[in-house]
Ligand binder design. Sequence first.
Ligand SMILES: [Zn+2]
Length: 76
Amino acid sequence: MCVVCRSMKPRNELIRVTLCNGVTHINNGKQKYFGRSAYVCNSKECIETAIKKRSFNRAFRREIDHKTYEELTKFL
Ligand SMILES: [Zn+2]
């Protein structure tokens, strides 16, 4: 489920962010991370909103490193 629009989507249409040992990682398919995950649609609107509203902070109930949000801009 997307943290922004809350719609259920197939995994290949979502960007997965995993909280692993207190650090958030954006899954790029090359490396596997284990931990709590939250997702955002791979769409301009949802990514922009997630960055603007810091939606992952709420999803993980903690402050997420701004680098994670910077990394998300690469998907725009
Ligand atoms: Zn969405």
